[in-house]
Design a protein around this ligand. Structure first.
Ligand SMILES: Nc1nc2c(c(=O)[nH]1)N[C@H]1C(S)=C(S)[C@@H](COP(=O)(O)OP(=O)(O)OC[C@H]3O[C@@H](n4cnc5c(=O)[nH]c(N)nc54)[C@H](O)[C@@H]3O)O[C@H]1N2
Ligand SMILES: Nc1nc2c(c(=O)[nH]1)N[C@H]1C(S)=C(S)[C@@H](COP(=O)(O)OP(=O)(O)OC[C@H]3O[C@@H](n4cnc5c(=O)[nH]c(N)nc54)[C@H](O)[C@@H]3O)O[C@H]1N2
Ligand code: SF4
Ligand SMILES: [Mo]
Length: 746
């Protein structure tokens, strides 16, 4: 509990994750010693999470790297000066580009690449180098979302806010913990609590009775991997019972009859059989949802990582459109933008666009660039496949491929095969152990902080970004630790570009919608390095509220625009939302024709994805306070399954897919369906360390181990045809007691 008396003085922005909560920091002797929420902050209302509150460990813990590292001939790392690292990396890149061309250099931008201006400068660097090989974690996250949006088209007016919606459907997402799925991301439980209090009718479709499901009116608890069938069934009920918004559909969509024809096989009985849910409950859920006056729906990683994730996102978009849950002329725009320049919104469709087939084409599995970027699931293959076009150098910014990309065995082989691996990360993360150079960055509040990236996220999906016109800026508040030699992430790319004689241009503008200010390229001065603040100025030029104004307030504020309402349709608008996309209808047809779920005698369980409250993917795994309760990721199972297998809570089990084995400690959970193992990615048990006598109570005994992504493989399982992701959830596995077959990776 913070009282006025002990509340620290310095207002700041937490940037341990991109959510950017408004906080107070206690700074003593030039160090941040404590972080507490700012109750007056209009977006976060005093909220902080355990990761944010552990800021002192994040900044000054023993695992933070304070100088760049270079791999030595013996395989160890030695600290080197930043300039030496940059010169050597430049020299190495020059040789690789001279021999194999610029496309042999790839960038992987992970979760922490989003913060401006680091991610932007990494893109500038790749463009100037002439390599199109920029990959990101977006294509192994919820790739179906952006593909579906392209195929269906978008609604220019945006969607009703969660805060006012009468109903909301969550499928394969648990925003009460993840904060990313419909409920506004910042302080999600505050929004959830208020919505429940005013009587929102929430429907959750999740094989686990999640924290979100516990607040729902209806929880459907299906077999995983059947979301496309369930959503097709829901669309069918809406059409059959005439529960759709006929006027809206007539005015704004095309090919309703095509959709009707293709969902026809998905009767409530078929869906009930496939997904093992009561048909009556499915019908009830549809009636509740479709008869509401205003609502929304969100699919998350669970749906996207299971088979037919893109189709599920597409059908969900169709369902929302059929129900007319789209903002109309005169509706308020919850967040008209503060720092991210954007234009007016109109109550009209934006026509569908292509979703895949863009250059560059990859060499494997017919994959290409897509609406969600290049398929990261194929990056390891592109490193391993010899010949013209092979990727030989990888720069990894704010990500951890070894514990994030599907198929860990292949990923590790790829990291080992690279001629050059450069990792920008504050820690020696699992991937960095394979690096030739590790470049640790300065962290907030050693650098200025801005809410630009989180505001930008608002354009991606309902509930993402800020639910109100909020923005915050804070200058750097402390110096980096004494004796450190750190660069800002962006500085690395700027200086590397300069070393290579490149002219970097900053891409300004967001891939948004017609009417927004046009994007442009701003040439950077390659002689006199800009400051972070100058880069912020370039990025926000033309914003509704000048950055200078936001800077004055030293913390978060709401910048209302009373005039921001959705404008009427342009009379010349001829665009339609597409209900019967051919590729999606083909997939629906294939889904209808495949056999019923028959189980799998050899791999009778399904491993499903989830998140842990105290860590963010692999971040936090080595922070004792965060992982004190559980230094590893437990494998949650239903008690009846545990009994049948003869495993006790706390027992070590081997979880084996057709591809690999990982190990985990079992924990009982009544919230699961039977036949499932629910487990997070990002880190896992390291059997070698445990067997070598590591103290099982110490996080280090576990944190470097293999993770659930090791179980995923496109070669054995269903693979999304355009994003290339294999099953990363609902993976067929078997569970056996004890170490079993040794882990093959990690
Ligand atoms: N505390 C914390 N917060 C995080 C993260 C974190 O690691 N920790 N990660 C962040 C990131 S990178 C992201 S992308 C977001 C993700 O945010 P979410 O998409 O909300 O992710 P999860 O919380 O894992 O929720 C996925 C849900 O899908 C269910 N599920 C699994 N398979 C299936 C299936 O086949 N069908 C259906 N219907 N459900 C299924 C799981 O049981 C789980 O409840 O969270 C972000 N927030
Ligand atoms: N099996 C399975 N696999 C998954 C998922 C799943 O649910 N199941 N989820 C997927 C999803 S949604 C995602 S988003 C990806 C995550 O994929 P990644 O982004 O590749 O992995 P993270 O573990 O989030 O890695 C973030 C890294 O950024 C570092 N970092 C923190 N702050 C900074 C900073 O300021 N600068 C720099 N340069 N680095 C910083 C952290 O130390 C950490 O090492 O994993 C995906 N993989
Ligand atoms: S949600 Fe993110 S920004 Fe907010 S306190 Fe937690 S780590 Fe910090
Ligand atoms: Mo993610």
């Amino acid at each position: 509990m913070t009282t006025a008396a002990n509340k620290p003085e310095t207002r700041g922005i937490c940037r341990t994750c991109m959510v950017s909560c408004g906080v107070f920091m206690e700074i003593r002797d030039g160090r941040v010693v404590r972080l507490v929420g700012d109750k007056d902050d209009p977006a976060s209302h005093g909220y902080t999470c355990s990761k944010g509150r552990d800021v002192a460990e994040h900044l000054y813990g023993p695992n933070r790297l304070l100088r760049p590292l270079r791999r030595t001939a013996s395989g160890d790392f030695e600290p080197i000066a930043s300039q030496t690292a940059i010169s050597e990396i430049a020299e190495c890149l020059r040789a690789i580009v001279d021999e194999h061309g610029p496309a042999s250099v790839a960038l992987y931008a992970g979760t922490y690449a989003l913060a401006p201006p680091g991610g932007m400068l990494s893109g500038s660097f790749m463009n100037a180098l002439g390599s199109p090989m920029t990959f990101s974690c977006g294509s192994i996250d919820q790739p179906g979302k952006l593909l579906a949006r392209a195929l269906h088209g978008r609604w220019h007016g945006g969607s009703p806010a969660f805060g006012e919606a009468e109903t909301w459907l969550f499928i394969g997402t648990n925003p009460a913990v993840s904060g990313l799925g419909g409920i506004p991301t910042i302080n999600p439980n505050w929004h959830l609590h208020r919505a429940v209090k005013r009587g929102i009718k929430m429907i959750v479709i999740d094989p686990r009775r999640t924290e979100t499901a516990k607040k729902a009116l209806i929880h459907l608890q299906p077999v995983p991997g059947e979301d496309a069938a369930i959503l097709a069934g829901m669309v069918r009920i809406v059409l059959e019972e005439g529960l759709y918004d006929k006027r809206f559909v007539e005015e704004n969509t095309q090919n309703l009859e095509v959709l009707r024809r293709y969902v026809e096989p998905f009767t409530p009985e078929l869906v009930a059989k496939r997904a093992d849910i009561p048909a009556a409950q499915l019908i009830e859920a549809v009636r509740v949802f479709a008869s509401a006056a205003t609502g929304g729906a969100s699919a998350g990683t669970g749906s996207n990582m299971s088979p037919r994730g893109t189709l599920a996102e597409y059908l969900l978009a169709c369902l929302v459109t059929l129900c007319g849950f789209r903002s109309r002329a005169g509706d308020p725009i919850p967040n008209p933008g503060v720092l991210v320049p954007q234009g007016p919104r109109r109550a009209q469709p934006l026509a569908p666009t292509a979703a895949w087939g863009f250059p560059p084409k990859l060499r494997i599995r017919g994959l290409s660039n897509t609406a969600c970027g290049l398929p990261t699931a194929a990056l390891a293959d592109e490193i391993l496949l010899e010949g013209e076009g092979q990727i030989r150098a990888l720069i990894c910014l704010g990500g951890n491929p070894l514990t994030a990309w599907p198929d860990q065995i292949k990923t590790r082989a790829a990291l080992e095969a690279l001629d050059l691996l450069v990792v920008l990360d504050p820690k020696l993360n699992q991937t960095a152990r394979y690096a030739d150079y590790v470049i640790p960055p300065k962290l907030t509040p050693e650098i200025p902080a801005l809410t630009y990236d989180f505001e930008e996220l608002e354009s991606h999906a309902p509930g993402w970004g800020y639910p109100l016109p909020y923005a915050a800026y804070r200058e750097a508040l402390v110096e980096p630790p004494e004796g450190s030699e750190l660069l800002e992430d962006w500085e690395f790319f700027y200086r590397l570009g300069r070393e290579l004689g490149l002219e970097l241009q900053l891409y300004v503008g967001i891939l948004r919608t017609p009417g927004d200010p046009p994007s442009r390229l701003v040439a950077l001065d390659m002689q006199n390095a800009p400051t972070t603040d100058e880069l912020f100025d370039i990025l926000t030029e033309g914003s509704r509220v000048p950055l200078a104004e936001v800077r004055k307030h030293h913390a978060g504020r709401v910048y209302e625009d009373p005039d921001s309402v959705v404008l009427p349709r342009d009379p010349n608008c001829e665009a339609y939302l597409e209900l019967g996309n051919e590729a999606m209808m083909e997939q629906l047809d294939a889904a209808a024709r495949r056999g019923d779920f028959e189980g799998d005698a050899e791999f009778p369980f399904r491993l499903i994805s989830r998140r842990q409250p105290n860590t963010l993917n692999s971040l936090g795994r080595d922070q004792p306070k965060l992982v004190r309760e559980r230094p590893h990721h437990p494998a949650y199972m239903h008690p009846a399954d545990m009994e049948a297998l003869g495993v006790e809570p706390g027992a070590l089990v081997a979880i084996t897919s057709r591809r690999a084995t990982v190990h985990a400690v079992v924990q009982a959970s009544e919230d699961l369906r039977r036949g499932l193992v629910s487990m997070s990615h990002g880190y896992g048990i390291d059997l070698d360390r445990l067997e070598a006598g590591a103290d099982p109570g110490e996080p280090q005994a576990y944190s470097m181990g293999n993770h659930t992504g090791a179980l995923a493989s496109g070669e054995f399982d269903y693979e999304e045809p355009h994003t290339g992701i294999p099953r990363m959830s609902s993976i067929p596995v078997r569970v056996s007691i004890g170490p079993g077959r040794r882990a093959q990776s990690g």
